[in-house]
Design a protein around this ligand. Structure first.
Ligand code: F6P
Length: 551
């Protein structure tokens, strides 16, 4: 498409969003009573309801027109064909290959122009992971002291922590084979919280790092290696180490035996890596069968994404809803509210997935972007969120679009609790939509016996504007298969947004500067260190920290 056609598609969308009353939702339901029927779709096992947004037929046409103008579907096909869609790093983006059968024929374009088949590599790594997982669970692989491994600790950060932690939290239950624990923060208080719960003689240690150079992960890996060595000696310690990495030279230098290194390739981005060797803690903690089902679920969503027409394509529809909110209505925050405690790490995973991918200000061609890009994302599981930040969503000055994730059937037997949970999730979305007008508040307060003066005084505080947008996703149950679908749905949403905003969703140059500066500040915090040239605030803070440390 020409840049003029793209410009026209953006203009059509923004002029629709600027119509008077364009953000109203309740009136859409009055005008179109079958709105739920028209604005909900199902892909795999997931139902997506967009009817509680202000997107009407015209807006949906404009959004789909924008997707066509921005060539989202051809971009999707280029990703699936292994083209170098991560153009600032000259890499293919093939997390879909990690969950596809070899026969799917995924190939990666090499920077020199040729292609490499990736299915064989994926298949052999999965086979090695399965052999290892089953051998640990059966007791064939034992600890240095001859005991079965009961705990597995994953040391990693960012994508080497958030995805596996989120999935293990969602899938682990009492009868699962091992206890998975996650150590990410460079702050050793994190280790101090975990350490007393572990016996070195029964703990398997996974060092998860794509690069095997990330400072926090390496610092924690050294800490835990020392802890193992104290009890097990050098040889024993090595029997407890496993590395999940692309950097085989560094894993060998660290002392990880070669047959305990599970690799992957640079076409797997960190925040898309839970399906790769980085997911080994999920398999060890929750069982190989669950890990396989997780991959199968993601594969099912991949097939939906690759084949469903645009107007029924769930990832694209989710992405277009974000474009409507961010670029149409100027709402640049987004809340994720899973009504299932097992999904309590899901918002944290999506924070990295969405904000590291979409926090960009330059187009793929190197120009400044002309539209807002990734919104600030935050979330908590319901019902906890209701007692923390939901007040702002109901009555704050700026609407915050929210995704509600509801699960029809729990895996516990407490039906009354589950009904309460679902009633709350549905009620929050309904309250955001309906609000509460002055008349209803007056009637309620009068019925409660309040005086007319008191009613008028409190009225403005108790009125809710309503018309606040939300999206609802409903899953029949939460298991490994549906979790795979859900996570892949958001991954593909992120891909679509990258294409719609014409940004590279797969690099993360912005996090580099902080890493470099921390390396130069580090020696200044040593006892003999000297405070170097900084801005006056940083210099003042370093001096105060040194003073309070008695340096
Ligand atoms: O935060 C930057 C980042 O590179 C993430 O993209 C990545 O997930 C994380 O650091 C960890 O990187 P690694 O797996 O190489 O340790």
């Amino acid at each position: 498409m020409t840049s003029t056609a793209r410009e026209a598609a953006w203009n059509r969308l923004t002029s629709l969003a600027q119509r008077p009353g364009a953000a109203a939702i309740r009136s859409l339901f009055s005008r179109q009573p079958d709105r739920f029927e028209k604005f909900h779709w199902q892909g795999c096992d997931i139902l997506l309801d967009l009817s509680k947004t202000a997107i009407d037929d015209d807006a949906m046409r404009a959004l789909l027109g924008l997707a066509e103008a921005m060539e989202v579907m051809p971009a999707r096909d280029a990703m699936a064909a292994g083209e170098l869609v991560n153009n600032t790093e000259n890499r293919a983006v093939l997390h879909m290959a990690l969950r596809a059968p070899r026969a799917a024929g995924f190939r990666a374009r090499k920077p020199d122009g040729g292609h490499e088949d990736v299915g064989g590599e994926v298949e052999s790594t999965l086979a090695a992971m399965e052999r290892f997982t089953r051998a640990v669970h059966s007791g064939e692989i034992r600890s240095a002291t001859g005991e079965p491994f009961t705990d597995v600790i994953n040391i990693g950060i960012g994508g080497s922590d958030l995805g596996p932690f989120m999935a293990a939290r969602a899938l682990w239950h009492e009868a699962s084979p091992m206890r998975p624990l996650y150590l990410a923060n460079a702050d050793a208080h994190n280790w101090e919280l975990i350490r007393p719960r572990l016996d070195p003689a029964r703990t398997l240690v996974l060092i998860a790092s794509k690069t095997f150079t990330t400072a926090e992960t390496m610092a924690n890996a050294r800490l835990v290696r020392g802890w193992l060595e104290q009890t097990l000696g050098n040889e024993g310690m090595r029997q407890h180490l496993v590395a999940l990495s692309t950097n085989h030279k560094a894993t060998a230098e660290f002392g990880v035996p070669a047959d305990r290194v599970f690799g992957f390739k640079d076409w797997v981005g960190g925040r898309f890596s839970l399906w790769s060797a980085i997911g080994l803690s999920i398999a060890l903690g929750c069982g190989w069968d669950d890990f396989t089902r997780l991959l199968e679920g993601a594969r099912a969503m991949d097939e939906h994404f690759l084949t469903a027409p645009a107007e029924r394509n769930l990832p694209l529809l989710l992405a277009l809803t974000t474009v409507w909110h961010v670029n149409g209505l100027g709402l640049d925050t987004h809340a994720i509210l899973p009504y299932d405690h097992r999904l309590s790490r899901f918002p944290a995973h999506l924070q990295q997935l969405e904000m590291e991918s979409l926090g960009k200000r330059t187009t793929r061609g190197g120009e400044p972007v002309r539209h807002l890009t990734g919104p600030v994302l935050f979330g908590e599981p319901g019902t906890n969120a209701q007692h923390s930040f939901m007040q702002l969503l109901h009555q704050g000055t700026t609407p915050v679009p929210a995704d509600f994730v509801l699960i029809a059937n729990p895996s516990h037997p407490y039906a009354a609790n589950h009904r309460l949970l679902l009633a709350n999730g549905l009620a929050q979305a309904e309250a955001l939509l309906r609000g509460r007008d002055a008349e209803a508040v007056r009637a309620e307060m009068a019925a409660a016996g309040k005086t007319p003066e008191e009613i008028e005084r409190l009225l403005p505080h108790r009125v809710f504007p309503g018309d606040r947008p939300s999206t609802t996703l409903v899953l029949p149950r939460l298991d490994a298969h549906t979790l795979g679908q859900l996570v892949a749905l958001y991954e593909h949403k992120v891909f679509c947004l990258g294409a719609l905003w014409d940004i590279d969703a797969f690099d993360q140059w912005g996090v580099e500067l902080g890493k470099q500066l921390s390396t130069s500040i580090l020696p200044e915090l040593m006892p003999e260190g000297r405070v170097g040239p900084h801005d006056p605030s940083t210099t003042g803070l370093i001096q105060q920290l040194r003073a309070w440390q008695g340096l």
